[in-house]
Design a protein around this ligand. Sequence first.
Ligand code: BG6
Length: 514
Amino acid sequence: MEEQGLHIETHPREGDPLLRAGRPDPCIMVLFGATGDLAQRKLFPALFELARQDLLPRNFAIVAFSRSEQDLEKFRAQVKEGLRKFARTQPLDEAIWERLASKLEMMSGGYDDPEAYVRLREHLDRVGERFGTQGNQLYYLATPASTFPSLLKGLSESGLLYRENPETKRPWRRLVIEKPFGRDLATAKELNRALSTVLDERQIFRIDHYLGKETVQNILVFRFANAIFEPLWNRQHIDHVEITAAESIGVEGRGRFYDETGVIRDMVQNHLLQVLALCAMEPPISFAAEDIRDEKNKVFRALRPMQGGEVAKYVAQGQYRGYREEQGVSKDSKTPTYVALKMYIDTWRWQGVPFYVRAGKGLSKRVTEVSIHYKAVPHCLFSTSDTCQRLQPNVLNLRIQPHEGIGLSFESKVPGEDINIAGVTMDFDYSKSFQKPVPEAYERLMLDCMRGNTTLFARQDSVEQAWAWVTPIIEALDSGKGGEMHTYEQGSAGPDAATALMARDGRRWTVLKW
Ligand code: BG6
């Protein structure tokens, strides 16, 4: 692949960054679920990396709130152990760890216990005083969604969380929540309603970690910092778009959660629809958070709903063989671990262009990418041989992960007397062009919550729009009206039904490679 690729030079330009990523305000991060999997795998490693790069606020503390009584030193040792496994930069820098550990506090209490919030408040006052955090507090709920109502209630009734009012200069309060934001449209609305009774939308940070990925952010820069792609970014030139999130791993110890969730709730409603919105949105009027979020929301609103029998026609679902033997999974589970969907966006730009979206676990490769398939040449000049049959339309590949980069395939003459045509690829590879590792999504997202920048977070209306589109599909599948459940082998490319879904349109999925 690489030998074929054309060399791309990088010319970094000096000057002010487009958005200056300033140092966040002094604050305390109050972390619920600090002993959980997410905290260990993602949140502490991100905090450690930020500490290593000296990006955290000068005045900063983390207060881990745990349901069970824990010894602070033991907890710190546990965090350190997690960092040894999951921190991005190894071996662990002891000096940085000591500095971070000194900011790590802990307290315990029940989520339903009003008394616990009183103690938390007193604790935060003391910590705030000691670390000079100026009263600013960020509440991070890295806990199951079922705990949100108790936590919200406890935090608001104790006065720890309050609606900000620009008139009164009180210290800021922000809330970070992790998906799932509801199970369907009704529960998402209910959650949003509960949040909005306590906080203003500006104070709510709904994490969709895909939006924090560099390559996902780059979709906007690629589209709107280059003049040559935008004129071709529409139904006149694009034949279809593919969005793939393939994972080789299975449910990895999360069987119980996954079995109640399934691939559509886990990957499509959030991550993939967010990526789709960035690819399909109109240019925003500015790079400001609400301008971008407004344009994305229009895409969600324009998703063509699937009516009645269309689910069986436009959706293929599958379950990998062996899934029912996973721990925590029901023996007769009907939960899909793979889904492929054909969707349309009813706008002038995209009318008639199918978006094929697929996500699955237990597949042959881990690859997340967007492929923009351009139309074939309108008339083939090379009709003396079978060349015309072999001409491949151009494909633009946005590689989200791994091997982050962008590739453009085109046809080229093979050197020689005869006219022979072969496909070649022009390739941009992040790690080669920028020679620095691509940061983890959570590093960026954590900084943005502390800075109060909501651009890369899911807004209430978009979350509900996405659920409004997805819920009837899930209901049709659950009721059996959306077509049967197919089985696929682990390590394969997914069920045959997904291949057939594309084949009916005379198309093929991009082969999972890398
Ligand atoms: C999470 C899902 O949101 O995203 C997981 O719950 C999935 O099931 C993960 O494995 C994929 O994230 P990434 O960053 O590895 O693509």
